[in-house]
Write a protein that binds this ligand. Structure first.
Ligand SMILES: Nc1ncnc2c1ncn2[C@@H]1O[C@H](COP(=O)(O)OP(=O)(O)OP(=O)(O)O)[C@@H](O)[C@H]1O
Ligand SMILES: [Mg+2]
Length: 315
């Protein structure tokens, strides 16, 4: 093996989950809903991003909060992956999310528990570890657990920026609003709905780029990628706006599109590609995720094929 200094990626999962998915002919109230084809995966934003980076042929570090017997199960599920894990012990158990695909309607029912209550004392070692990390990219994705202050991502972003690292954020609600108001991030990836909630107003598609660019110019982030689901995505930087339509793919399950998009972008950036190329690669990863059924994220061959196909079209 060649010894060279690799760009390091650190993924943060403060509210991880075990994702259980299954199928049922019909989901009914009162009566038992018999399910089949149960599958389980390690999940939650930061863990999904780490898994996609591995799928794309990379590796990363992963820091996550882990408690209870479900935490032990989660750790065992992650063990086979080529990821450097650092777990932070909490008292409450890791949550178990449950999704049922109703085959008669092709609808998906997703039950996502709020998860553990985390104390500030339990969270404190995470700040120390992130401050001590020399990762080039620190990717935080997902909701904050209960008990954790809304400015947690702001603090983490500041720690990373202070030493010249690049902080990437994908979250929603108050933690996103705080980060967009008060921090110095490299990249933030709200969905259109999340960005509108932050701004407090609806945006027509042609208003998204200028609004995101205006926000970039406040200094909150170097780049804002607003994803529009089946309508594609818009990347705003200080000096350019790139709009990409969605790649036309058979839609199976949108689960994991956002996480795959983020992982694709970060993986491409870590390989030294320019932000515009990374954006196109993220777009391919997001589209690849919708091609796969259920909670499966994306496949490397799909991502690479879609990226190449779009590149040849000159989009
Ligand atoms: N139907 C689709 N067809 C093609 N590409 C899609 C489709 N849905 C999503 N994508 C791709 O995935 C990216 C992210 O999707 P989306 O905007 O739905 O993320 P999200 O709302 O953060 O999703 P999540 O529920 O995973 O958080 C889109 O910008 C697009 O590139
Ligand atoms: Mg999302």
């Amino acid at each position: 093996m060649v010894a060279h200094s690799m760009t390091k990626i650190l993924c943060l999962a403060l509210n991880p989950a075990i994702d259980i998915s299954s199928e049922a002919e019909v989901v009914r109230h009162t009566h038992k809903t018999r399910t089949y084809n149960q599958q389980q995966f390690p999940g939650g934003g930061g863990i999904n991003v780490a898994r996609v980076i591995v799928t794309l042929g990379g590796t990363c570090e992963l820091m996550f909060l882990s408690g209870g017997a479900t935490g032990e199960l989660l750790e065992a599920m992650l063990k086979p992956l080529p990821i450097m894990e650092q777990t932070f012990r909490i008292h409450d158990p890791v949550r178990v999310a449950f999704a049922v695909h109703e085959t008669s309607t092709n609808l998906e029912y997703r039950f996502v528990p709020e998860g553990p209550l985390v104390t500030e004392a339990e969270l404190e070692p995470v700040f120390d570890a992130v401050a001590a990390s020399d990762a080039d990219y620190v990717v935080a994705s997902g909701s904050l657990p209960r008990g954790v202050p809304d400015d947690t991502y702001v603090r983490l972003a500041d720690l990373v920026a202070a030493r010249g690292g690049r902080f990437v954020l994908d979250t929603s609600g108050a933690p996103l609003s705080q980060a967009l108001s008060r921090s110095r991030m490299f990249l933030v990836k709200p969905s259109l709905g999340e960005f509108e909630a932050f701004l407090g107003r609806k945006l027509a598609h042609d208003e998204v780029g200028p609004a995101a660019q205006a926000h970039v110019r406040t200094g909150a982030a170097e780049h804002i990628a607003v994803t529009l689901g089946g309508d594609g995505a818009i990347l705003a930087s200080a000096d350019e706006i790139i709009r990409l339509p969605a790649i036309n793919v058979p839609v199976n399950s949108a689960t994991g599109a956002g996480d795959s998009f983020v992982a694709g972008m970060v993986w491409s950036l870590a390989k030294g590609n320019a932000i515009g190329d990374a954006f196109r690669f993220g777009q391919a990863a997001g589209a690849a995720a919708v091609m796969t059924p259920g909670t499966e994220l994306c496949r490397q061959t799909d991502v690479v094929d879609l990226y190449e196909r779009e590149r040849q079209k000159g989009s």
